[in-house]
Design a protein around this ligand. Structure first.
Ligand code: PAF
Length: 275
């Protein structure tokens, strides 16, 4: 595996590669990332991963500074996973001057995660476009755990006519249901025991929806929030939305997804479940 830290070296290394599958990450890799790398191999002869902790997508009170930086173990894992090229740019290489030019994603950026993390998706879209321009992949793979992120990247790719196929890969879960996430490492042992309750809440809500299609969504959402808060979570949202645009469904028949974000101690977890 080649490890490259700047854009000219990356471009040179990839110049003759014909079909590239790309997995962007912020490092601190886990089995969810490994699944993305394995899937990438099915799409292309060359698999490129990036590790870059993107300051632009963190709010001022968020965890940019304490986000785990684990490049040595990440690169060992990527090598073992058969990745061909790791792009791990220094911040000064990807942002050699202050970034004043941004990708402004569609209005979907302001809902749910966007409402709680203003500017987050603008930062994500900007870095993802920039990474796409560096790597120039034919395929890019993203985890479905970041459901709204995946939708926005699909919209950006479509609307800016980028010649890249975006592939979403199912969330990988621990045996107790907790969605794997780099942020799980922040949880204390007691919090880690409690953490699967977010997934259990989504499953219970889906069950209620399936049993009673006419149930008022607002009431079900509030019940779920109360259940979480009663156990010490601070819930940002539990929302039943249309899969097509993440807006509240009007009438019946729309394909739905339930999305949630809640804080356990200092750790903010997100998850989702398609109905
Ligand atoms: O999902 C992530 O890890 C990040 O948001 C991404 C897509 C690598 C952009 O920094």
């Amino acid at each position: 595996m080649e490890i490259l830290h700047d854009i000219p070296a990356l471009r040179q290394a990839l110049a003759k590669r014909e079909r590239i599958a790309f997995v962007p990450t912020m490092g601190n890799l886990h089995a969810g990332h490994h699944a993305l790398m394995r899937a990438a191999r099915q799409y292309a002869d060359t698999v490129v991963a990036s590790v870059f902790i993107n300051r632009l997508q963190f709010g001022p009170a968020e965890d940019f500074e304490r986000y785990p930086r684990t490049l040595d173990t990440d690169s060992a894992q990527l090598r073992a996973a058969g990745v061909d090229v790791l792009f791990a740019p220094a911040e000064a290489s990807l942002y050699p001057e202050p970034q004043t030019c941004f990708v402004e994603p569609p209005d979907l950026q302001h809902l749910l995660e966007g409402a709680h993390r203003p500017g987050h998706f603008r930062g994500v879209a900007t870095v993802v476009l920039k990474l796409f321009n560096c790597v120039r992949p034919q395929i890019a793979l993203f985890g479905k755990k970041d459901y709204q992120q995946l939708m926005l990247i699909r919209a950006m790719t479509r609307q800016l006519a980028l010649p890249i196929e975006i592939v979403g890969i199912d969330t990988v879960r621990a045996p107790d249901g907790l969605a794997l996430s780099s942020r799980n490492g922040y949880l204390s042992p007691e919090e880690r025991e409690e953490a699967p309750f977010l997934w259990q809440t989504l499953c219970a809500l889906r069950q209620r929806l399936l049993e009673d299609g006419a149930a008022r969504h607002g009431i079900l959402e509030q019940e779920a929030v109360r259940a979480l808060d009663a156990r010490g979570w601070e819930t940002d949202y539990v929302a039943i939305r249309r899969r097509t645009d993440l807006l509240p469904p009007e009438g019946e028949g729309a394909a739905l997804v339930i999305l949630a974000a809640a804080r356990l101690g200092k750790t903010r977890l997100i998850d989702n479940l398609e109905v």
